[in-house]
Design a protein around this ligand. Structure first.
Ligand SMILES: *Cc1c(COP(=O)(O)O)cnc(C)c1O
Length: 382
């Protein structure tokens, strides 16, 4: 007797499971190239400072438009190595934004220097360059500007201030690799730029990784030495106190495979962002990208009334979200010794209370975006 297979009823399923950043989907797209790269490293077994590291440094330096690139172990270590190359020490002051990931302030404090915060612009969420000059003292050595959520800070103005006072600027480009500012690429906009290859960043590897960019050959050489125990001429010649902060060959190989697809991914990220911008309800604030900027949307963040309730509502519909950042740096316990209070940097504080990051990655389907948008819009029209 022939079995009759009953067709399953066609349930109207939401397009789940959604990911904030879908790395699995990305891997499946590039599986062959990534697997080949990884296998290549294992075949050669040149795991530390293998040829892929140099190859990646050359490709990325050319892409961003600077002379030197130094691969390292993370975005945090990139920032640390950059500050170390300026011999930052106790008593020095470094100006930065309170609206960033902990690393930006942490590396300053780690070297016993003092993070001096300057509030952000309420529309772009970037460090407010108009407030920088007031924060400069005789102890100020430099500024770390952050390209928040994938949008570059205002480097023309920041660099002008820096030259006037003979300081340096470090670009924290952990979220902005591939972004553009006045037709120049992120990672080429300051004296030294630092990016991160943490998996969720616009160009991510399969673990921790980072890179430093500069046109200053002397600084590049110092940082190359610092990342390998302050190495001099060879392995057992140590000329300064350094770190073990190298980029793994395996991570460089993964990045070589993924980097080829970055330009296409940046276009797709902007397409996803524009679709959100057009279809989200007008009760929320969508990202403001300045005229001369191309963002890579490391995060797509909206500002909304009743943020925590909306986040719960989305969670109940299996839509993942994130808060970048729930606490500004000046109110973090780790920085309590600086003696800041609520109200010191009101723009950053307000943003921390109503910001919400939505799913954002190049492979987000329009049907999935529609589901996210409808779920958000219906929350506010109910
Ligand atoms: C991710 C990030 C870092 C740190 O990068 P890691 O590779 O995780 O160490 C630093 N600054 C900003 C703004 C970041 O988003």
């Amino acid at each position: 007797m022939k079995m009759t297979l009953k067709k399953k009823p066609n349930v109207n399923k939401s397009p789940l499971p959604l990911q904030l950043i879908d790395l699995k989907r990305q891997y499946l797209e590039y599986k062959k190239e990534i697997d080949t790269q990884i296998q290549g490293v294992i075949n050669n077994s040149f795991f530390i400072m293998g040829p892929q590291v140099k190859q990646l440094e050359e490709q990325l330096a050319q892409y961003v438009g600077v002379k030197f690139a130094v691969g390292c172990s993370s975005g945090t270590d990139a920032l640390l190595l950059a500050l170390m190359s300026y011999a930052i020490q106790e008593g020095d002051e470094i100006i930065t934004t309170p609206l960033t990931f902990i690393s930006t302030g942490e590396v300053i404090a780690f070297l016993k220097a003092k993070p001096v915060f300057v509030d952000v612009n309420p529309e772009t969420y970037l460090i407010d360059q108009k407030k920088i000059e007031k924060a400069i003292t005789s102890k100020t050595r430099g500024i770390i500007a952050v390209d928040l959520y994938g949008q570059c800070a205002n480097y023309d103005e920041i660099n002008a201030i820096v030259h006037k006072y003979n300081l340096f600027v470090i670009e924290d480009a952990a979220q902005s690799f591939g972004a553009e500012y006045k037709s120049q690429r992120a990672c080429s906009l300051a004296d030294i730029a630092c990016t991160s290859f943490f998996p969720a960043k616009p160009l991510g590897c399969y673990g921790d990784g980072g890179m430093i960019f500069t046109n200053d050959e002397e600084k590049a050489n110092i940082m190359r030495s610092l990342r390998i125990h302050g190495m001099g001429k060879d392995k057992f010649d140590n000329v300064r106190i350094g770190l073990n902060a190298r980029l793994d060959t395996l991570q460089a190989a993964v990045l070589l495979a993924k980097f080829k697809h970055l330009p296409k991914e940046i276009k797709l990220r902007n397409k996803v962002a524009n679709y959100y911008n057009r279809h989200l309800n007008k009760k929320m604030i969508t990202p403001k990208i300045l005229n001369n900027n191309l963002s890579v949307f490391a995060q797509y963040c909206i500002r909304v009334p009743d943020r925590n309730a909306l986040q719960k509502h989305l969670h109940d519909h299996d839509i993942p979200t994130a808060i970048h950042y729930p606490i500004p740096l000046h109110l973090q316990k780790a920085f309590s010794y600086l003696g800041h209070q609520s109200g010191d940097f009101p723009n950053a504080e307000k943003i921390c209370l109503d910001i919400l990051a939505l799913p954002m990655h190049p492979f987000l389907k329009q049907s999935e975006q529609n589901f996210i948008i409808d779920t958000i819009n219906s929350f506010y029209s109910a």
